[in-house]
Design a protein around this ligand. Structure first.
Ligand SMILES: CC(C)(COP(=O)(O)OP(=O)(O)OC[C@H]1O[C@@H](n2cnc3c(N)ncnc32)[C@H](O)[C@@H]1OP(=O)(O)O)[C@@H](O)C(=O)NCCC(=O)NCCS
Length: 169
């Protein structure tokens, strides 16, 4: 992992305001024009992401990967919604996505958050500790495949009984 020559210039850090345009460009490249219609995007329209829980990977100062986390509630339970996670195509499969996911989970746990959820591919996220939630338990404001809603407990059992509408805190 992370074994190519440029890795010495690869830096991870918190998202800063100056990164916003590059992050938007990476998301556009990764998810295309339909991204704004996704249920997760609708949640992010209601609730701002938390820069202190969101991270970038920079190569020579240029953002090449990003993960954001948004504080929300599910019913009356606080939770973080993770996403988007994206890495520039030419830098895939170097472990950058996994490293961003690890930083996000560690920062969330340090901030006292109890659970993270996301909409994504099981094959990528289950090895990172995420597990599917019971279909229908998390109600998102927009079309979503329930089988793709996954959660990561940061304290034991925190994913249990996670039920209700996703809304701003
Ligand atoms: C998903 C993504 C963020 C992974 O970033 P990355 O830096 O390449 O991730 P890592 O290097 O940590 O992991 C790469 C591994 O994950 C696998 N992988 C990538 N996307 C995957 C997916 N959707 N499902 C299953 N496995 C996936 C790769 O095949 C690779 O496997 P390998 O290590 O055996 O080669 C990146 O591919 C991306 O930006 N994709 C487009 C946007 C996207 O799909 N975001 C996630 C929403 S589900």
């Amino acid at each position: 992992m992370l074994s190519r020559p440029f890795v010495a210039e690869l830096q991870f850090g918190l998202e800063l305001p100056a990164h916003a345009a590059a992050i938007e460009s990476i998301a556009a490249e990764a998810f295309g024009p339909g991204r704004h219609a996704r249920a997760a995007a609708r949640v992010r329209e209601m609730a701002p992401h938390a820069p202190d829980l969101s991270f970038v990977a920079c190569l020579n100062g240029e953002v090449i990967g990003s993960v954001r986390q948004t504080p929300v509630r599910i019913g009356d339970r606080p939770a973080l919604m993770l996403g988007p996670l994206a890495v520039r195509p030419q830098f895939k499969s170097l472990g950058i996505g996994r490293a961003l996911m690890k930083m996000a989970a560690e920062a969330a746990a340090a901030a006292g958050e109890e659970v993270i959820f996301l909409v994504g591919d099981r094959a990528y996220y289950v090895p990172l500790g995420y597990a599917p939630v019971p279909p229908g338990s998390i109600d998102m404001p927009g079309p979503v495949d329930p089988a793709r809603i996954l959660a990561l407990p940061l304290v034991p059992g925190a994913q249990a009984g996670l039920t209700g509408r996703v809304a701003a805190r």
